[in-house]
Design a protein around this ligand. Sequence first.
Ligand code: NAD
Length: 435
Amino acid sequence: MRIAMIGTGYVGLVSGACFADFGHEVCCIDKDESKIDGLNQGKMPIWEPGLEALVKANVERRRLTFSKDLPAGVKGAEAVFIAVGTPARRGDGHADLTFVFQAVRELAKVIPPGTVVVTKSTVPVGTGDMIEAILREEGVTDVSVASNPEFLREGAAIADFKHPDRIVVGAEDQRAQDVLREIYRPLFLNRAPILITGRRTAELTKYAANAFLAVKISFINEIADLCEAVDADVQDVARGIGLDNRIGPKFLHAGPGYGGSCFPKDTLALLQTADAAGVDQRIVRTTVQVNDDRKAAMVDRVARAIGEDLKGKRVGVLGLAFKPNTDDMRDAPSIPIVNGLIKLGASVRAFDPVAQEQAEKVFDSVEFASDAYSAAEDADALVIVTEWDEFRALDLGKLARAMRGKTLVDLRNVYDRTEAQEAGLAYYGVGRGAV
Ligand code: NAD
């Protein structure tokens, strides 16, 4: 099949490269010229494990191309996916559909009858209807509009795309269903379940999934607070409940609150949809509040652990990306933590295995270290913010010797209190006994 992908970001580039790897002929389009120029020279715009090799292989097979020119890129495509950003609109948190509608209007000028237009971007219920209306307004007829929300996780995006838990397709007509079934046919060999629903249902399913995961994280974070008050260990509680099949072990890691490019904006957008529909979503509303409060409270937690005025203190920070295995800094919990520490008078020396380039765009006065030990050098306290694998087996004795103070704030519960204490560190985890 010939596929065009409008938007070559985390989702568009991974999806485009994977579709090409399935054997389809894919053109990834982006209006960001530097991204496309870079890709045409083999330079990845994002850091994602395995992506560079996958892109390179499919470019060499001539199944994957990149273009800044939308009309040229969509020429001959049987399916055109829209994978542009849908950030939260400033002020109200509604999903900003400007990029989606811009892409649709550009597309309207060039697509022939019979094309299937598919939204892969996360878009509120009813967006497919609005896209249809725009296409009609622009005089386009006989085009199907479908929804195919994406569930991949950054950091494991290729594996998630190739071995999805499910594929959700919202289609209102047979042609859209048939084209999407054909596109995903290679995955049926792996028995990936495909769920065909109405378009509105598919659009809502994506928001419901992200909101549920956000609820799970906030739930265990609140239980962690309770653990601290009653001298219990949240790691054991999480394991104890997670082994129950009805609950499951994932997304039960207490920490500094969720961030990233999806959960914060998607929970807000779901609330906007609910408000517009006149149906309150109290659980999601509370989750958003719990998470906002938690992120704001993290600086105080670190300050309390250091125990004194932060003026003149030096804090080492390990991990800046919103989670491991990505360079994505969007809404990362590290942002309020680092900025808060600096505001209280501390200086911050941080290390992240891959996100430094993105982090430099976010922080003005952070000093960057070349590894974890150098981030710890002369630090009064060390804070683990992102649980990169390489932070799981650090030589705690060596860290302690490098530091000036001896405070380890482990916001991801990577280490045990006993092993940290044996290395001479005062340990502060999350939800692990009385503090
Ligand atoms: P991104 O910001 O990384 O990429 C979006 C790209 O679209 C940018 O490169 C931008 O230049 C391009 N673009 C915008 N308007 C365009 C236009 N008119 N023509 C061509 N290109 C255009 O965003 P992302 O993280 O890939 O997210 C895309 C969508 O997928 C969002 O709706 C997001 O919620 C959803 N999603 C993201 C993830 C994730 O993990 N990042 C997972 C599932 C779903």
